[in-house]
Design a protein around this ligand. Structure first.
Ligand code: ZN
Length: 49
């Protein structure tokens, strides 16, 4: 099994592969634990990069 652990860009929670949400921003990929945190990132991405 491949280890695909990721941390939520917003809160640092572990993001499991099967519930992975990601956004491409500035050529990088960012991961989120929930759509709520994806929305927060999309609103003000410059705060988190
Ligand atoms: Zn989160």
């Amino acid at each position: 099994m491949v280890n695909t652990n990721r941390d939520c860009t917003i809160c640092g929670n572990n993001v499991h592969e099967y519930e992975e949400l990601s956004v491409q921003y500035s050529g990088q990929e960012y991961y989120f634990c929930s759509d709520e945190h994806e929305v927060v990132f999309k609103r003000t991405p410059e705060k988190f990069v």
